[in-house]
Design a protein around this ligand. Structure first.
Ligand code: SAM
Ligand code: SF4
Length: 335
């Protein structure tokens, strides 16, 4: 088991498998995209697999593949198939914008993927195209249907709330009522400060703290006759607790979660490391400290790779304190 220098159990690795994306969400990437890394500077699928095998020997048991958009990386199903077979890996999950899921859900399921998180920030077709700068809502919704149809469980839907966008948060939260969908509202974070301005136009006013959002949803729900959100017990949270706090409308099949990286740090329970698409290991989303695994994977032994993993655990910060920005974009780090 991997225990960091502060006694936290670190068993979860998020891997950005590509910095590329088929969308350009305005809170994540500049409209023209970020200059893509040369193909050779990205970890190959075999290098990712080897890193996971080393990490699994040190107690990493849960993997999430993300990006960029992981489904645009050629060979992603093969990678999933390979890493699900690594001894010690208990489950492999994916975070996606869902656009390619209708086409790929079956092969992903067959490859051994167990769960998916789909990012969708609005149910309004025009607003969806505005936020993603090129996507169609119907494609993302078809992705959610495909996830349910192929039996991924739980299916979580992530929404970044941006105050000035005036998203209809109640309509969104209501998705959790009739079907086993787990909605998660994420506080808007300033990421990518060195490449496109302050987190692509982020201002503190645009972040809606989770407690305020719970109040807003409860007020709207009361007017709609829905009752108020009730806290979900720890052992009933969808697929483990993680950083979200979960609630449920009375009688709902799914849940409504709130992820509060800015207003309610969950660093004390942080169980994760991140591997960037270009092979850097990051101990914390909000620390720009990174350790070069790629060189060790290309020129060193498994022991060299393990040394970097252990060193990274040794410097994982106690919390991100007042630091909330990053120099690299979320698509590069792996959101
Ligand atoms: N392309 C995939 C997707 O959109 O789900 C995976 C990568 S994306 C970077 C992962 C998550 O990061 C998404 O849920 C996205 O909404 C979130 N994200 C990106 N930029 C963010 C920001 N500035 N603040 C909060 N969440 C952000
Ligand atoms: Fe692409 Fe996901 Fe970033 Fe949107 S949030 S631009 S879908 S990587």
């Amino acid at each position: 088991m991997s225990i960091d220098h502060l006694g936290r159990t670190i068993d979860y690795l998020r891997i950005s498998v590509t910095d590329r994306c088929n969308l350009r969400c305005l809170y994540c990437m500049p409209e023209e995209g970020v200059p893509w890394k040369e193909h050779d500077s990205l970890l190959s699928l075999e290098e990712i697999e080897r890193f996971v095998a080393v990490a699994a020997q040190d107690g990493i048991s849960r993997i999430r593949l993300t990006g960029g958009e992981p489904l645009v990386r050629p060979g992603i199903a093969g990678l999933i198939s390979a890493i699900t077979k690594i001894p010690g890996i208990e489950r492999v999950a994916l975070t996606t914008n869902g656009i390619l899921l209708p086409k790929m859900a079956q092969e992903l399921k067959e490859a051994g993927l167990s769960r998916v998180n789909i990012s969708l920030d609005t149910l309004d077709p025009e607003q969806y195209t505005y936020i993603t700068r090129r996507g169609k809502l119907e494609d993302a919704l078809a992705g959610i249907e495909a996830a349910l149809e192929y039996g991924f469980a739980p299916v979580k839907i992530n929404c970044v709330v941006v105050r000035s966008l005036h998203q209809d948060v109640l309509a969104y939260a209501k998705l959790s009522i009739d079907r086993p969908l787990h909605i998660r509202f994420i506080e808007y974070m300033p990421v990518g400060t060195s490449s496109g301005g302050e987190g692509h136009g982020w201002t503190a006013d645009d972040t809606v703290p989770s407690d305020e959002l719970i109040g807003i949803i409860n007020d709207l729900a009361a007017k709609d006759g829905l009752g108020t959100l009730e806290p979900v017990a720890y052992n009933e949270a969808p697929g483990g607790w993680g950083p979200a706090r979960y609630y449920r409308f009375p009688g709902a099949q799914g849940t409504v979660g709130f992820i509060s990286p800015l207003s309610n740090h969950f660093c004390g329970e942080c169980n994760r490391l991140r591997l960037t698409a270009d092979g850097k290991l990051r101990p914390c989303l909000f620390s720009d400290e990174e350790f070069d695994v790629k060189t060790a994977l290309r020129t060193g032994t498994d022991d060299d790779v393990r040394d970097i993993l252990r060193h990274t655990l040794g410097v994982k910060p106690d919390e991100h304190h007042d630091r909330v920005g990053t120099e690299r974009t979320m698509s590069q780090i792996g959101g």
